[in-house]
Design a protein around this ligand. Sequence first.
Ligand code: DAT
Ligand code: MG
Length: 153
Amino acid sequence: HHDERTFVMAKPDAVQRGLTGEIVTRLEERGLKLVGAKFMQIDQKLAEQHYGEHADKPFFDELVEFITSGPVMAMVWQGADATRQVRQMMGATDPADAAPGTIRGDYGLDLGQNIIHGSDHEDEGANEREIELFFDEDELVEYERSDEPWVYE
Ligand code: DAT
Ligand code: MG
C-alpha cells in the first residue's frame, strides 16, 4: 500500500531562506514521490480555512499573518505511510524541541517560524482534506518513479 498521500508546505520562512529545495530533496531522497506542487501566496481566507482547527487559539492571528506573509510551496507527496513518515522527518512543532536530523531540528529555532507544514497523522483524514483545500484532483499527477522497485520490496 504505497499510495498514501499527504499535504506538505514549505512555509514563507523556508522560501525566504532558500530551503525549499532542501525540503524537496529530503523527501525525494527518502523515496517519497512528489505528485503535486504549487508555488503560491496564501490569502487570508485560505489561511483561515487551513488553520481552522486553531481558530480559538491565542496564536491564531499571528499564525495567519505569518503563513500569508510571503510565498509558499504547497505540495502533495505520496508513499507508504506518507503522512506519519513526513511528520517524523519534520520533527517536533517547536524547533527548539525538534531532534537534530529533522527538518525543524536542523533549520529552525523559533516556534512561530518552523519551516514546514505537514498533515497531522493523528487527525484522521486531515491529509486528504488539506490536499483538497489546496489542489484540484486534476492538478495531481499519477506516475511511477523508476526507483520504486528499489524502495519497496
Ligand atoms: P504542527 O505544525 O506541528 O502540526 P500545530 O498544528 O499544533 O503544529 O500548530 C500549527 C502551527 O501553529 C505550528 O506549526 C506553529 C504554530 N503554533 C503552534 N503552537 C503554537 C504556540 N503555542 N504559540 C505560537 N505558535 C504556535
Ligand atoms: Mg498541525
